[in-house]
Design a protein around this ligand. Structure first.
Ligand code: PLP
Length: 359
């Protein structure tokens, strides 16, 4: 296997894939694959409970939060969150720091009055809007933000204080990248395909008192309270995704938990940003240093005419998926948990060599 810097679906830990491969045809000696088992059977229920327990341990999730294993991608929850958290006619504050925050706000708009409380759009999402420019409404149903913007490579390095209004975070691309204080949030959600497992699974952590927030009529499948009351088995869940997520949580525990992962992720990102910053302008990181993401590192070459050569040569060197998102251009290296330091070292060595050869 080659080093995979994809932004998502992204690399999974090698050990997780190897274990899944070993267990694919016969899971725990039951004579069938895990994805062929009833989700209501004892075996799968045990797996589901273990996955939740491991996630609770990793993130130190208190009992007054429900953990849900859902579907629909983060995108569906852009809409489902206002349906569940905002009463008819209510407003919600959105702090938008990139592409995904914009999407979250526009998809919420049919269900809640969206107040753009803060934005760095005028700065092309290359920095975070200073906290003193945010216009938060203390009567808002919630404040939504995106701690890590996958495309723009901008990350909050602390949790914003929004007073008593529930803070809602789209952690699709930074969940489990380091420890967080869950009690600072009303709701955390993440599509799985970066730091958890395969796409099609969404992990959602919600403070229990918020489960009963919305009185609007809606189908049960959209109501988080119904999912919580049914242990995320209101309908057939994504059992395969849940299984792989469980393996990833176990792997994270074996790696020393989230403090250790956070240190590793900082070291990986530092190595790459240092290489960019010390390249005499050959490579450039457009993001303001204090807002740089540890997970997604966009960078440009001094001459975009070299982009195609860079991508071709990097693939030949075994470094996959470095092409930047079309909205930003250039390159992007995603350094999620499953990307080891060795991969970043290989990338940095390649970048230095490329600069020498194409000087
Ligand atoms: N939010 C963030 C931060 C993302 O990076 C993505 C990309 O996958 C999404 C939301 C959209 O997620 P999904 O494709 O699972 O709906």
């Amino acid at each position: 296997r080659l080093w995979n810097f994809s932004a998502g679906p992204a690399a999974l830990p090698q050990a997780v894939l190897e274990r899944a491969q070993r267990e694919l045809l016969d899971w725990q000696g039951c004579g069938a694959s895990v994805m062929e088992l009833s989700h209501r059977g004892k075996l799968f229920m045990g797996l589901a409970q273990q996955a939740e327990a491991d996630l609770r341990e990793l993130l130190a999730i208190p009992e007054n939060y429900a953990v849900l294993f859902l579907q629909g991608g983060a995108t569906q929850h852009f809409a489902q969150i206002p349906m569940n958290l905002a009463a008819e006619g209510a407003s919600a504050d959105y702090v938008v720091t990139g592409h995904w925050g914009e999407k979250a706000a526009s998809e919420a708009a049919p269900y809640v009055k969206v107040n753009l409380a803060g934005s760095s759009k005028a700065e092309h999402y290359l920095r975070l809007p200073p906290r003193e420019t945010w216009q938060l409404d203390p009567r808002a149903a919630y404040v939504h933000y995106t701690p890590n913007e996958t495309i723009h490579g901008v990350e909050f390095h602390d949790i914003p204080d929004v007073g008593d209004v529930p803070l809602v975070a789209d952690m699709s691309s930074d969940i489990l990248s380091g420890p967080i204080d869950v009690t600072k949030f009303g709701l955390i959600y993440a599509g799985a395909q970066k730091n958890i497992g395969p796409s099609g699974l969404v992990v959602l952590i919600i403070r229990r008192d918020l489960l009963e927030r919305s009185s609007r009529p809606m189908a049960r499948i959209f109501r988080y309270a119904d999912h919580a009351a049914n242990d995320s088995m209101l309908n057939t869940p994504n059992t395969w995704g849940w299984y792989l997520a469980g393996l990833t949580f176990q792997w994270l525990k074996e790696q020393g938990g989230l403090t250790a992962m956070g240190e590793r992720n900082t070291a990986k990102a530092t190595l790459l940003y240092d290489a960019i910053d010390h390249s005499d302008g050959y490579y450039r990181s457009p993001v303001e240093p204090s807002a740089r993401s540890r997970m997604n590192v966009p960078f440009t070459l001094h001459d975009s005419a070299l982009d195609a050569d860079f991508l071709k040569a990097s693939e030949q060197a075994g470094l996959l998926a470095l092409k930047g998102h079309k909205a930003v251009g250039g390159m992007r290296a995603s350094l999620y948990n499953a990307v080891p330091m060795e991969a970043v070292q290989a990338l940095v060595a390649f970048m230095k060599d490329f600069a020498k050869r194409h000087g």
